[in-house]
Ligand binder design. Structure first.
Ligand code: FNR
Length: 352
């Protein structure tokens, strides 16, 4: 099956409900209402930094796409909005443009439309495992240059690779290769999941190399479900995708796990569906959050700016109702955790 078809299938399937699986457990994070906030709504200031770069909100556009005509159009729309709102943006995996230079433009539109915001390059762990050191350095340099990247993200997508009909479930040697990526990039390295979450054991291993961990937890877009839907003629992939659809660490639990062992920058993603969810992620200790699927859907429906505006307003309302002026103060607000999250934290010997 052609890679163009796969990329467009991902876009269409991700924007439908069948791609949304499980719970991120944000409903188990109840921030306590403050009836006496002692601030004005206009006192709230969302500006913060993203790995050292000044940005207007603790919120950005998650990694999604590139490589086809449709993906190029989506990237251009996302980039324009990111520039207007002063928020960072990841691109999707750039492998396609490294093997097919004629589609580089579908990523280059991001630097053209968003010259001033932090842009994040993207490569996948399976490619790292397969490339020689020389090829890898070349790919990293090209990926950075293609979008004038501020940081480089490497995605860990073991569950997707193992259920995908044309998947490459080869992860041997990835940790060592991450060190090469970091040296070659000369920029912050973000290691991210794509919807199955990062545990504290993995975070501890990544601590020596990653400047940031993006938890990419369970509860939003599921690539296992998407690959299952794509595998119409492949009965075994369809079957295993159904079995492993709910596999993973819910995003709220993953943030707590990562925070318990990792001192670097923590990005929350996976199933964040409102500014309230985003504020809950910050309350759990994340420095930043991103959304992917809701922004893709909004782009396809021609209401991307409204969606971003709504998320930003919801973060501000949560801050007003908990009496905090700056996003980082959310980590101190009183809260109650529901029984599933409490049980998770207790059994994992983690506090949050
Ligand atoms: C993704 N995601 C993703 N991640 C990545 O690192 N490289 C990629 O190429 C892609 N591709 C991709 C395509 C589409 C259409 C979607 C919706 C998502 C995963 C994404 O960055 C994120 O981790 C998950 O989507 C979880 O976030 P949401 O969608 O639940 O907010």
């Amino acid at each position: 099956m052609g890679i163009d078809k796969r990329k467009n299938d991902h876009i269409y399937l991700a924007s439908s409900d069948l791609s949304q699986v499980g719970t991120a457990l944000f409903e188990e994070v109840v921030l306590i209402h403050n009836a006496l906030p002692e601030i004005d709504f206009s006192d709230i200031d969302l500006s913060t930094n993203f790995l050292g770069a000044p940005v207007k909100a603790p919120f950005g556009i998650g990694a999604m796409t590139g490589g086809t005509e449709l993906a190029g159009k989506i990237n251009a729309e996302l980039a324009k909005a990111a520039e207007e709102f002063g928020i960072p943006m990841y691109v999707g995996s750039q492998r396609i443009a490294l093997v097919k230079p004629e589609v580089r433009w579908t990523f280059e539109v991001v630097k053209q439309n968003a010259p001033s915001i932090p842009k994040i390059a993207n490569l996948g762990a399976p490619q790292l495992a397969q490339l020689s050191e020389k090829q890898l350095v070349d790919w990293v340099v090209q990926a950075v240059d293609m979008i004038d990247a501020y940081a480089v993200a490497v995605h860990l997508n073991a569950a997707q690779e193992v259920v995908q009909p044309e998947g490459e479930p080869s992860f041997r040697g990835v940790l060592e290769k991450l060190k090469i990526v970091k040296r070659a990039a000369g920029r912050p390295l973000i290691v991210k999941e794509v919807g199955n979450g990062i545990s504290k054991e993995v975070a501890a291993k990544l601590a020596e190399v990653a400047d940031a961990i993006d938890v990419g937890g369970l509860g939003g877009t599921s690539f296992v479900a998407i690959e299952g839907a794509r595998a119409a003629d492949a009965w075994l992939q369809r079957r295993v995708a159904e079995t492993f659809k709910y596999w993973g660490i819910p995003t709220a639990a993953s943030i707590c796990e990562v925070k318990s062992v990792y001192r670097g920058f923590v990005i929350a993603s996976g199933g964040i569906r409102s500014g309230l969810d985003g504020a809950r992620a910050l309350a759990l200790g994340a420095h930043f959050f991103t959304m992917s699927q809701p922004l893709l859907k909004a782009t396809l429906e021609g209401r991307l700016r409204e969606e971003i505006e709504a998320v930003i307003t919801e973060v501000k309302i949560t801050m007003f109702l908990t009496g905090v002026r700056r996003p980082q103060e959310l980590a101190q607000v009183p809260r109650v955790y529901g029984p599933r999250l409490r049980a998770w934290l207790e059994q994992r010997g983690t506090t949050c």
